[in-house]
Design a protein around this ligand. Structure first.
Ligand SMILES: NC(=O)C1=CN([C@@H]2O[C@H](COP(=O)(O)OP(=O)(O)OC[C@H]3O[C@@H](n4cnc5c(N)ncnc54)[C@H](OP(=O)(O)O)[C@@H]3O)[C@@H](O)[C@H]2O)C=CC1
Ligand SMILES: CC(=O)C(=O)O
Ligand SMILES: [Mg+2]
Length: 550
């Protein structure tokens, strides 16, 4: 953006104000890359050291600095400060090696950043909409300086990763999720708005913390949350027409209720329900290519029956129906087990969504017993219960299944249901394993195992890019099934031979563009897209990508 588009340049002697304003505007700031002419023209002389540098040299300095910072949370803080100073250098640096920076900006380091949010806080980023703004949300949203906002990622902080309700401390999640739209799929950052819907928190420890920055009240009752959310949804659509609402890390029951309410009305999706479902389906499909199994022959057991578990179950059942099974037959291949035991029809504590998965069978509160009885071929942990896939669970599963597929999806690392080492050793090297975080390669009996990272970041940035390009009216489950297939199809024979369940993160941007291309093709074929169909979809998408440059 040219300097004079947002500043009041006065070539008659007031340029010093322009110079300072430029250096404090992260979108326009070029720092040491301002040329001598620009420095003279914009009143920047003397405000910068002598050297005129290229963007590449600026990025080198960032990478050199980060190489010397040992602590991941310190790297996170440095990168957040960099983004607040110079967005171009920030994105150029992280897009130079997304695989290296995903664990810093996002899972697992973002979990530490959220927990320390009140202590680390330096400057505002995104928007905080509180219950006290009820009736005025549209007016408040108009305070956001960018008018062409295309995505809002909104969390209540009610279930941040596996950390539970951390209220306004959860703001790190919408920020990090949106940074990955750009880092993993080159969606332009200009139109991305992180929002923390501050409805209060159940977390008494935080409410008593002097550094806590949110409202110090218990959460609003459900009907008030629904009214507040309704107003928020209407307001974002009024203030930012055509916006896509990305729901992230709400309390499970709130997440499901809001998606049910809005998915057919406004352009929106829930990443924990739909993005996670797609990444799990992609991983299972890739695993079955390696075992030679078919989805319709699998028995899939979940530990955890919240937004992620129910979302994955629904998408797998939808996929099974496309393979010719009836809805009942599809559901019979799936079992869920939550904090109160097996989801079965005699339970009286189930939500309406959970009841869909309740089979007529004996109750059990013993997970190993259910594993022994149901004999799962696929085991998925979405429980937030660290270590729940014990030696006994994995050994029992491995007795009944030649190649157990085990996904320990709970985040961050210390919440995973098992580690890679445990999955491989307890299964005696038979497991195909993935987790929400990236575990290191593991040697077992002379063989190298490469755990996958089953994380929705393989999906939602591609959904974002497809949505950015095709401006669909709505996002339906089929978009996520297409995304799952497109992801799985990118694990070619050489990656399969290495036992990989997900595409390599070395080419994550290429991978997500390919996935987005397939989603956009579907959006045009299904009539969801609202823009004119281009002749060649991929090159058209490529022409829209963000490229960090001055
Ligand atoms: N890898 C990825 O891409 C993703 C990972 N996740 C992770 O999945 C986890 C769950 O997320 P989500 O489903 O949205 O959260 P929810 O809170 O909606 O669901 C959690 C579920 O786990 C159950 N549960 C809690 N404790 C236990 C236990 N000890 N044994 C068995 N079940 C238990 C809960 O039961 P009850 O409700 O009765 O307490 C509930 O059914 C989180 O850690 C999250 O980080 C989520 C999305 C994406
Ligand atoms: C990855 C993610 O969305 C979660 O753990 O909630
Ligand atoms: Mg999430």
């Amino acid at each position: 953006m040219a300097a004079n588009t947002v500043t009041n340049a006065q070539p008659d002697g007031h340029n010093h104000e322009v110079g300072v304003a430029l250096l404090h505007d992260p979108v326009q700031n070029k720092g040491t890359a301002y040329t001598r002419e620009e420095r003279r023209e914009w009143g920047l002389e003397g405000l910068l050291p002598h050297a005129v540098e290229t963007l590449d040299r600026q990025v080198e300095r960032v990478l050199d600095h980060l190489a010397r910072v040992k602590d991941d949370l310190d790297q996170y803080s440095y990168l957040m400060d960099l983004e607040a100073r110079n967005e171009t250098v920030f994105y150029k640096a992280i897009m130079s090696d997304p695989k290296r920076f995903i664990p810093i900006l996002y899972d697992p380091t973002v979990a530490d950043a959220c927990e320390a949010f009140g202590n680390l806080y330096r400057r505002p980023r995104g928007m905080y909409i509180t219950r006290h703004m009820k009736g005025r949300i549209a007016e408040v949203l108009r305070n956001w300086p960018e008018k062409d906002v295309r995505f809002v990622c909104v969390s209540t902080g009610g279930r941040i990763l596996g950390l539970g309700d951390i209220g306004a401390n959860g703001m790190g999640i919408p920020i990090g999720k949106l940074q990955l739209y750009t880092a993993c799929a080159a969606v332009p950052p200009k139109g991305l708005l992180p929002v923390l819907l501050d409805i209060g928190t159940t977390n008494e420890h935080l409410r008593a913390d002097p550094f806590y920055l949110g409202t110090r009240e218990p959460p609003v009752p459900e009907h008030e949350l629904d009214e507040l959310t309704e107003e928020f949804i209407q307001a974002v659509n009024e203030v930012f027409p055509g916006i896509c609402v990305h729901f992230e890390d709400w309390k499970g029951t709130d997440a499901i209720r809001m998606l049910d309410r809005y998915k057919d009305k406004v352009l929106c999706y829930n990443d924990d329900i739909q993005g996670t479902a797609a990444v799990a389906l992609a991983g299972i499909s890739a695993g079955l290519k390696q075992t030679g199994g078919k989805l319709q022959d699998q028995r899939i057991l979940f530990l955890g029956a919240g937004s992620a578990g129910l979302g994955i179950s629904k998408l797998i059942a939808a996929e099974l129906q496309t393979l010719g099974l009836s809805q009942d037959e599809a559901r019979k291949r799936i079992r869920l087990f939550d904090v109160n035991g097996l989801i079965e029809s005699s339970r009286t504590d189930l939500t309406e969504t959970q009841k869909l998965w309740a089979q007529d069978e004996a109750p059990s509160k013993n997970f190993v017993e259910v594993v022994d009885r149901f004999k799962p071929t696929v085991l998925i942990g979405v429980s937030t219960k660290a270590g729940a896939f014990t030696r006994e669970v994995i050994e029992t599963m491995s007795r009944h299944t030649a190649r157990p597929i085990i996904f320990a999806l709970s985040n961050p690392t210390h919440k995973a249901e098992c580690t890679a080492e445990q999955a491989y050793t307890y299964s005696k090297g038979k497991a195909l394993f993935a987790a929400g975080v990236q575990f290191d390669e593991f040697e077992y009996e002379g063989k190298t195992f490469r755990p996958g990272q089953a994380n929705n970041f393989y999906i939602y940035p591609a959904i974002g890019l497809a949505t950015y390009a095709a401006r669909p009216r709505l996002l339906n489950d089929e978009c996520f099934i297409v995304a799952a297939h497109a992801t799985a199809d990118q694990i070619g024979p050489s990656l399969q031979a290495k036992g990989m369940l997900f595409p390599s993160q070395d080419q994550i941007v290429e991978t997500e563009i390919t996935t987005a291309t397939r989603i956009v093709e579907y959006m045009f074929e299904s009539g969801l897209a609202t823009v004119e169909r281009p002749v060649e979809i991929r090159s058209w998408i490529e022409s829209l990508l963000y490229n960090p440059t001055y």
